[in-house]
Design a binder for this molecule. Structure first.
Ligand SMILES: Nc1ncnc2c1ncn2[C@@H]1O[C@H](COP(=O)(O)OP(=O)(O)OP(=O)(O)O)[C@@H](O)[C@H]1O
Length: 894
């Protein structure tokens, strides 16, 4: 990402301050405390960057690199960004994975001067801006959480190493924690999709772990020793102001360490400000369907394999009306429930909104007008909020009341009633106060003032009146001076340097330097075509206006803080209100989805069945529809742990069929209706989805080795409640290797895992396995052959494909006719040879995958076990001899 840059970093022998100007000494000291960040060093209206930071930032931002003074005899590279536009630049830098330390001036330059003419303005870093901790609206994607994850490691009660994973979204205050084994860390991270991962230095030093984390795609940052274990508990109790950790409900040491590490990072990045973080919620018993990182990627849930949101499952099923609703829906689809009752309650809620279109529409229209409460609250708690955030709270309270009233007569099911109860608790007096205090359309930034309504505060009104009256006086003065001097073009203007001044064209200006004007008009500046003057009256007026303006602004900022404090005192209730909005949004959006697309309510039970009638792939269907084409629905029956082997030509729709069944499970258990005429699903607790290596290779993502590692994870991990989708596993190697692996995999799924599975393959030989495996079914894609013209009907039927049509697809793809003809010929020869020595015969000859052998493999070899149990360091010579005899005896038996 970064190009090589000249080595202008601080050398260790560069003691801060050595042979540097006082300002550079200050810079070097602050920079050495923040070596891993680009330092935005405030100088007046600019943030300046120096040395290597300047080189990197100028490259990343495409801004000019200049120089300022010398350090150790060399020019100091410098670039700068205007404070007003800092957010735009920050956005770019964050997107590129940079971290930025924002260093502000902490006093007025005039104050510094009082300490002596050489003193430097006091400065310090007030905040670190990093990808996982931003809160500003322009830096955030409204529909996605913006979280960072903190990882820690501790030995569990059973002596095994366990990992704690804490996830904090400062922009909404959400905080969750969980404990897992190392092997599950990547899948949990894939679910959480953090923008950044932090961990103690000791873990960062573990090469294996670091590689595992870096594969997740988010930047990984080690934290200093202070983030370590020693102060973990105190850090948490201090942050939440509680005496002990008991009330926080964090179960394990690993979770506690991870949460403490997260708090450390929050404090480190936010400095003096304290965000309103919810208490960490342990997800131990959350009961979510497990999916590993490869499955998530493969099912293209939140992003396509190419990394785009467009074309992902979420992009076609997200009809939510608010950003908070979009975030909650993404969370639910990313972690569907395995609790039958909870799923049923969610379906009840979606069904209610499907049945009542008027209520659904009315609610959605009102939600669309409600602002993003969680993010506004978070900015206010970090002192980063503006007048619009105050207004957002007021509008949210108003919307809550309106919605509660609108739905008050409806006989809503439990989940909706719970959301409504949160909304009806909205504080009317706070809402009225906010609405009464702010102007109709308040500005984004509070620093310019102008957001408090007239009539709210007598002191503010008075200061404003003085300021505004004086402005009228300025207008009067301008008219008078113009008349007195007979200069029609005379104007009174204002800038930060001169304050108010009189400007006249150059030619006329000369006159003001002479009698009778030279005593009353004082010359200030000569420009290319104008001259500037002031008068005593104007200077006095300037001071009066400035002080009235300052007083008005100070008073407004005071009122802002008072209102913000009043709001923050209610933040737990307001956060619940935000949750209520998000839940109602998700339910009504799911109702809308079911209505728009004719989706049906699935039946979820405790069986091991799987029965889909007329199922569709939501994304492929949507894209076909956009082209005016129709999706051919397909059913799927895997009840009682059946394994379906799907054969059929390329491009006939196998992959689509496989994935649509996985997506239907995912949607159903997330609480949505599904794209099918009918669906009955015995709860799935783990979902696996894999594509053979060569498909992925095209995208440069995978190798055969990765495919095998992933297949191993499935065969070792899938229990009876799992659903396994395997798309052409084994095709990334030589035919016989691939066939053998595919064959053994199917047998293992059927005999050992005994889970529901769909296996698409090009190895037609495998369809013969039904002879031996009773729960195996063969499915194929129907192909119509109209007088030599082959048409793929995309219809899944029982049976095996009689041929693969690969050569036909090659012809469609435009291979030269001579190559196609030659391929037909070779195919004929090969098929004839195969008839002489068919692989199918092997199916009859080879014994079935032995369950007993698996059991033995799992139990291990007794000789090896006995050997492992011996500790030679503690054996006497006699005991050693006895052990040797025993081993010999065991060897004789096995
Ligand atoms: N049920 C369906 N109804 C209509 N069109 C479909 C259906 N399923 C798939 N298609 C169309 O066929 C195209 C190919 O589908 P898919 O990628 O699933 O085929 P495949 O058999 O897995 O091919 P390959 O073996 O080459 O990967 C899709 O992009 C889609 O346009």
């Amino acid at each position: 990402m970064e190009k090589a840059v000249p080595d202008t970093t601080l050398k260790s022998k560069d003691k801060p301050g050595e042979a540097a100007t006082p300002m550079m000494a200050q810079y070097l000291e602050i920079k050495s405390a923040n070596p891993d960040c680009l330092l935005f060093y405030r100088m007046g209206d600019f943030y300046e960057l120096f040395f290597e930071d300047a080189v990197r930032a100028s490259q990343s931002l495409g801004i000019m690199l200049t120089k300022r003074g010398k350090h150790r005899g060399e020019d100091i590279p410098m670039c700068g960004v205007p404070v007003e536009r800092a957010n735009d630049y920050l956005q770019k830098l964050i997107a590129l994975g940079h971290r930025v330390a924002v260093c502000e001036q902490l006093e007025d330059p005039a104050e510094a001067k009082k300490r002596g003419s050489k003193s430097v303005v006091r400065r310090d870093v007030v905040r670190l801006v990093t990808p996982g901790t931003v809160t500003e609206e322009v830096l955030l994607d409204p529909a996605r959480p913006n979280a960072f994850a903190a990882l820690a490691r501790a030995r569990g009660a059973d002596g095994e190493m366990r990992y704690g994973l804490a996830c904090v979204d400062i922009s909404t205050g959400a905080f969750t924690a969980l404990e897992c084994a190392e092997k599950d860390v990547p899948s949990e991270l894939a679910r959480l999709e953090p923008r950044e991962i932090v961990l103690p230095e000791s873990l960062f030093a573990d090469d294996h772990l670091r590689a595992l984390l870096q594969a997740c795609g988010a930047p990984v940052t080690p934290l200093g020793r202070e983030a370590g274990e020693s102060a973990a508990e105190r850090r948490l109790t201090d942050f939440y102001g509680v005496a002990t950790l008991d009330g926080l409900g964090l179960g394990s040491k690993a979770e506690i360490l991870a949460c403490a590490c997260a708090i450390f990072y929050v404090e480190r990045t936010q400095k003096a400000e304290r965000p309103a973080l919810a208490r960490p919620m342990s997800q131990r018993h959350a009961g979510a369907l497990e999916m590993d990182a490869a499955t998530r990627a493969n099912l293209e849930i939140s992003r396509t394999l190419g990394g785009e949101r467009e074309g992902s499952l979420l992009s076609v099923v997200d009809l939510t009306a608010t950003p908070a609703g979009a975030r909650l829906l993404a969370e639910r689809i990313g972690a569907p429930s395995t609790d039958r009752e909870e799923i049923a309650r969610r379906h009840d809620a979606a069904a209610f909104f499907l049945k009542h279109p008027r209520l659904r529409e009315g609610l959605r229209n009102r939600l669309k007008r409600a602002p993003d409460l969680a993010r506004a609250l978070s900015r206010l708690s970090l002192q980063r909020g503006g007048p619009r955030d105050l207004a957002a709270v007021g509008l949210s309270l108003l919307a809550a009341r309106e919605i509660a009233h609108f739905l008050s007569d409806a006989e809503a099911p439990a989940e909706i009633a719970a959301g409504l109860a949160e909304l009806s608790a909205a504080d009317v007096s706070l809402q009225l106060k906010i609405a009464g205090s702010l102007v109709e359309e308040p500005p984004l930034d509070r620093r310019g003032g102008g957001f408090v309504r007239a009539g709210v505060d007598a002191e503010l009104d008075e200061a404003r009146e003085l300021r505004d009256q004086s402005r009228q006086v300025v207008a009067g003065l301008q008219a008078r001076y113009a008349e007195e001097t007979l200069i029609r073009q005379l104007k009174i203007k204002h800038n930060n340097f001169l304050g108010f001044f009189i400007e006249v064209p150059q030619a006329q200006g000369e006159r003001l330097l002479r009698a009778p004007f030279e005593n009353s008009f004082t010359h200030r500046q000569t420009m290319a075509d104008a001259m500037r003057f002031s008068t005593r009256e104007l200077v006095e007026l300037d001071a009066r206006i400035a002080s009235a303006g300052d007083r008005a602004l100070a008073r407004e900022l005071f009122l802002f803080d008072a209102l913000a404090a009043e709001i923050l005192a209610q933040s737990p209730a307001l956060q619940r209100l935000g949750d209520g909005f998000a839940r109602l949004d998700v339910f009504s959006a799911l109702g809308e989805l079911a209505a728009q697309r004719d989706w049906r309510r699935p039946v979820i039970d405790e069986s091991l069945d799987f029965e889909i009638v007329g199922g569709r792939h939501p994304v492929v269907e949507a894209s076909l529809k956009a082209q005016g084409k129709i999706f051919a629905p397909n059913g799927c029956e895997l009840s009682g742990g059946a394994v379906a082997v799907v054969t059929g030509p390329n491009m006939a729709g196998k992959s689509t069929f496989l994935r649509q069944n996985a997506l239907i499970v995912l949607l159903a258990q997330a609480g949505s209706f599904v794209p099918a005429e009918k669906a009955r699903i015995g709860i799935v607790d783990r979902l696996f989805s894999r594509v053979g290596a060569s498909d992925d290779l095209a995208r440069g993502r995978s190798t055969f080795m990765v495919e095998m590692v992933e297949t191993a994870a499935i065969l070792n991990g899938a229990g009876p409640r799992a659903l396994v989708i395997l798309d052409e596993i084994g095709r990334g190697t030589a035919t016989f290797d691939g066939l053998s692996i595919a064959w053994a995999t199917i047998e293992h799924l059927h005999e050992v895992n005994r889970c529901r599975a769909i296996f698409a393959t090009h190895f037609h030989e495998l369809t013969q396995l039904t002879k031996k495996l009773p729960r195996l079914v063969n499915l194929t894609m129907r192909v119509a052959d109209h007088a030599g013209e082959i048409v793929f009907l995309h219809e899944v039927i029982k049976g095996a494909a009689d041929r693969s049509y690969g050569v036909h697809v090659a012809e469609l793809a435009g291979l030269p006719p001579s190559v196609v003809a030659r391929a037909h010929h070779i195919l004929g020869e090969l098929e004839a040879a195969d008839r002489r020595a068919p692989v199918e015969k092997l199916i009859d000859d080879l014994p079935l995958f032995s369950h007993a052998a698996t059991a033995q493999a799992k139990a291990g070899d007794p000789l090896r076990e006995a050997l492992k149990a011996i500790d030679p360091d503690v054996l006497s010579p006699r005991e050693a001899l006895a052990a040797l005899y025993e081993l010999k005896m065991k060897a004789g038996k096995s």
